[in-house]
Design a protein around this ligand. Structure first.
Ligand code: MN
Length: 242
């Protein structure tokens, strides 16, 4: 999965990220680095700093899990994405696309992994929890009936993802509706065009040290660390005011 790729090697293929440029505009850098301008795009090819201390999510998520999740797993997907884009650069230069099938699979996996981890780490935090705010609150009530119904659906989806994956609250831009999706691995079961807004990582690496096989307990507790004002802010900017 590219976890062994060194950071030095990983930085090598910047510039090939054009296809992901539209997606990258979603992630205003202030979500992970509070000093940056809101309009500044982020670089998906570099691992962003953790936006809170490693122990800030306790007791919901323990310090060690946060550290390994960010520094090893998230970093691994960033390295993998760099490697895949570099491989594609080399293929274009050589004119040989013999590996295109495998690289396409790897690119979908790693790019989706980077994007979902960007959202994950920038929409959770300490002093969070509660309920959605602003227009997102209105639209959750419109599209799900109430917050409680939404949360029942979202948590049920998250708890029942087969093997490794995600629960995803997404904006479907064609009919302008909110949807709850499941993602297997990072890239499977998506619907084209949907923008992930809030995500619950249910890979075992996200919870196993503290919860072991009790994924449902982790998902229930996850509600306590969702930073809804951050979710709402980016939702308005990139989904409603696009
Ligand atoms: Mn993860």
């Amino acid at each position: 999965m590219g976890h062994e790729i060194s950071r030095r090697e990983a930085i090598g293929s910047a510039g090939a990220i054009g296809a992901l440029g539209i997606l990258s505009s979603f992630f205003e850098s202030e979500a992970l680095a509070s000093t940056s301008a809101a309009s500044q795009k982020v670089n998906l090819l570099e691992l962003p700093a953790l936006p809170f201390p490693e122990d800030a999510l306790e007791p919901v998520i323990d310090k060690e899990t946060v550290r390994i999740h960010h520094d090893k797993h998230f970093a691994g997907y960033v390295a993998g994405l760099n490697k895949d884009l570099k491989t594609l650069d080399q293929a274009r230069q050589s004119g040989s696309f013999d590996s295109i099938k495998q690289v396409s699979r790897d690119l979908a996996f790693n790019a989706s992994g980077v994007i979902l981890h960007w959202i994950y780490f920038s929409t959770i935090g300490p002093n969070a929890g509660g309920k959605p705010v602003g227009k997102l609150d209105v639209l959750i009530k419109r599209d799900f009936g109430s917050y409680d119904i939404f949360w029942k659906q979202f948590s049920a989806a998250s708890k029942t993802v087969e093997a490794s994956g995600w629960g995803v609250l997404a904006w479907e831009p064609f009919s302008e509706k909110l949807l709850v999706l499941q993602a297997e691995k990072h890239q499977n079961l998506t619907s084209w065009g949907c923008m992930p807004i809030m995500v619950c990582d249910v890979w075992e690496h996200a919870y196993y040290l503290k919860y072991q096989n009790r994924r449902a307990e982790y998902v229930d507790n996850f509600a306590k660390i969702i930073d809804w004002p951050k979710v709402e802010k980016r939702f308005e900017k990139y989904c409603l005011n696009k």
